[in-house]
Ligand binder design. Structure first.
Ligand SMILES: C[S@@+](CC[C@H](N)C(=O)[O-])C[C@H]1O[C@@H](n2cnc3c(N)ncnc32)[C@H](O)[C@@H]1O
Length: 271
């Protein structure tokens, strides 16, 4: 597929005219028209903004599938819900700290098959969620439809997607270990910047411990991203108020081989 067609399809899917897209990008509508007719390509400097506006990753915009896509697509292709349907305990902590007395805006990053995003939407939150796996998103859409709630779901890569609007609650479970070391600071700065005052970031991440062997089913993309060190996540939030920062070791049987993981769990408030 060519870039022009991808831009056209995404623009139309979002209900934008060429003029509306051009205004968001501060360029002329003729420029958009030329991209869509394949008579010119977007300049590389505008790609991050174009991808964010069209709610896709830069990879997808250029027509490249991502490595993680296939890893998770395969799991999500199977019948049933790979991660089950029970919400993460952190969702209850969110409800305790920010009860849905008003339609708080929530962003779920790496929402998988949508169990947490849909749970929060059912409880009155205004939920946006993205994942890199189209298959996961399609299950999440089905789940939202089944439960009769609206969740704004779209495909994006956390590494190159940049927020344009603010959220009261940014949530991400089991995803940050895919962010390469050199991109962590930028990604997290953007999340912090786009959190409303007194908003919270609720994040967990696997951390490496010398006394815990590597999990048998560790993925290439996780290895490539580099280890997270104990407390590294907390350091990025040193200037926020910690509502929770803890480290836990737990048993896992994900590949049929019993093993252990260590995870840092954080709820930080923009104070
Ligand atoms: C361990 S699963 C967690 C899913 C969900 N948060 C949950 O707890 O049920 C990790 C998720 O991260 C997604 N993912 C992996 N790399 C990603 C990336 N670069 N950007 C966005 N999502 C990504 C995967 O597709 C997968 O759905």
């Amino acid at each position: 597929m060519n870039i022009g067609k991808i831009i056209t399809d995404r623009r139309k899917a979002l209900g934008l005219t060429q003029q509306a897209l051009a205004e968001k990008l501060n360029i002329s509508f003729q420029a958009v028209s030329k991209w869509e007719n394949d008579s010119s390509y977007p300049d590389v400097t505008i790609l991050p903004k174009l991808a964010a506006t069209l709610k896709v990753s830069i990879d997808s915009l250029l027509g490249y599938p991502s490595q993680s896509l296939t890893e998770y697509d395969e799991r999500y292709n199977a019948a049933g819900y790979y991660w089950g349907l029970a919400p993460n305990n952190l969702c209850y902590e969110i409800m305790h700290l920010k009860p849905p007395i008003k339609p708080y805006k929530v962003l779920d990053i790496g929402c998988g098959e949508g169990k947490d995003a849909v749970f929060l939407a059912r409880n009155g939150y205004n939920v946006t969620a993205f994942d890199i796996s189209e298959q996961g998103l399609s299950k999440a859409r089905e789940l939202a439809d089944h439960c009769g709630v609206k969740v704004d779901l779209f495909k994006a890569d956390i590494c190159d997607f940049r927020l344009e609007t603010d959220f009261d609650i940014i949530f991400s479970s089991g995803v940050f270990h895919y962010i390469p070391q050199e991109q962590r600071s930028n990604v997290i700065e953007s999340l912090k910047k786009h959190t409303t005052s007194n908003g919270i970031n609720v994040i967990n991440v696997f951390v490496r411990k010398p006394f815990i062997p590597l999990p048998p089913d560790i993925e290439e993309s996780e290895l490539a991203a580099g280890d997270w060190k104990s407390g590294e996540l907390f350091m990025y939030y040193h200037d926020w108020l910690f509502r929770k920062n803890e480290e836990r070791i737990f048993d896992c049987n994900s590949s049929g081989v019993p093993h252990k993981h260590c995870m840092d769990v954080m709820i930080a408030e923009k104070y």
